[in-house]
Design a protein. Sequence first.
Length: 414
Amino acid sequence: MTQNANPSTPTAQAAHLSGEAALNFPLGTTLPELGNAIEVAPGVLWIRMALPFALDHINLWLLADTEETPSGQRQGWTAVDCGVTNPGTQEAWRQVFAGPMKGLPILRVVVTHMHPDHMGLAHWLCEQFNAPLFMNATEYQAALLASTGASNFGGLSTQKFFADHGWNDPADQKQIQSRVSYYANMVPKVPESYHRLLEGSQIQIGDNIWECISGWGHSPEHMALYSPSANVLISGDMVLPKISTNVSVYAQEPEANALALFMRSLKKFDGLPADTLILPSHGRPFVGLHTRTAQLLKHHEDRLDEVLEACTERAGSAHDMLKVIFKRPLDFHQTTFAIGESVAHLHALWLDGKMTRTKDPQGVWRFKSNSDSARLTRSEVDALRQKKKAISDFVQKELKGSLGQKMTENNRSN
Ligand SMILES: [Zn+2]
């Protein structure tokens, strides 16, 4: 614990800090080298694999595990997430097998969600060790489907979906249409069978019990893993310390309310202890879960306010909103993700009754802020929020007072 003597209380000191400065990184800036591991908690190893994207790495976890066999107990590891399928990642894994894993086998593979950086090598790891896969059913089926080429990330349906949201450039459209095997290249195969993880499922791994916490908005049904005895949350992509999780609407479910689902999912972590060590899929392990979820909620609320304000005078498309939400130039690859996020913000407002959606003569969805909410500026909204909070605090206090009084009266009459 280097930066904050008491990481469990994200109090006034942390409140004025933003981003990573408000969080506590127990390992400082130390990162595991490719093929090596760092023990972040007893029996919990952190390994990092390279990714062929702007986001250039993923964190994977190895949990010390045992298995009962007819000939006695077998020592080994449970791997959480896998890295993409490519020779470099396989080579790095081989170094991990021989080095940090001390030649012990992988007994189980747990995958948090179907995205290629998490799911890619699951088939290979399971085959190498004859190990079973543990995964949520929705995620497993989605991975299976996408690995056959029925992808969320390209093809005719995606091109049409993007065009419906104002991304009409013919050259870009052609490129989107031709991206049909984006997922299958990184996840060429999915294990033929799996063990199903559900919300609240508990898995005994070595000395610890890990409980599944489902989350939506980033992937179909992401599973984070929490162990009370280890005081560790493997947060996957649901809570990241530096970047905000991609929350997108895809062609497959064009009217989804992904952002509302994601924001609701973040609140599920409120009940976890504040000093829980968070193991995210990208970035560094940290303490400060509630500070980070509050930052992420505020980040999205601010973007929602900006989108609402931008569509007050004139209806806007998701493509129009890219500059409002992202404020920086985006290349083609970034735009394929950003446009889905833009739709997610518009849908959250539309499905909350704050915007009206209409199709223009070119067939593009345009969203216009409804007058009541749009008339308020951001500072007015903030003031209103504060006022609402003051009233609710006052009512709570009064209620407590009168209830307390009633109970005393009851006690007296009994
Ligand atoms: Zn993901």
